[in-house]
Design a protein around this ligand. Structure first.
Ligand SMILES: [Zn+2]
Length: 74
């Protein structure tokens, strides 16, 4: 088991997908959704996929976990 970050290339994604991920954020400092992030870095950790960047409003690190399986509620 590794608990180290494995970097992936966020920019391999479609531009549309990139934009969606960059806009769908939650900032802990601002306590608001969808403020956007800059400087995105994509990585996996413990088998889970994350995108991390800086909040466009306050510069705080924001992390989005991507859920790519089809575990959809309702
Ligand atoms: Zn913020």
């Amino acid at each position: 088991m590794s608990d180290e970050r494995q970097l992936r290339n966020f920019h391999d994604r479609d531009a549309e997908e990139q934009n969606a991920f960059l806009e769908n954020t939650w900032c802990n400092r601002c306590q608001q959704v969808d403020l956007g992030m800059s400087d995105p870095v994509e990585f996996t950790l413990n088998g889970r996929l994350f995108i991390e960047g800086q909040c466009r409003v306050c510069g705080e690190t924001v992390t989005t976990e991507l859920v790519e399986d089809d575990d959809v509620d309702g």
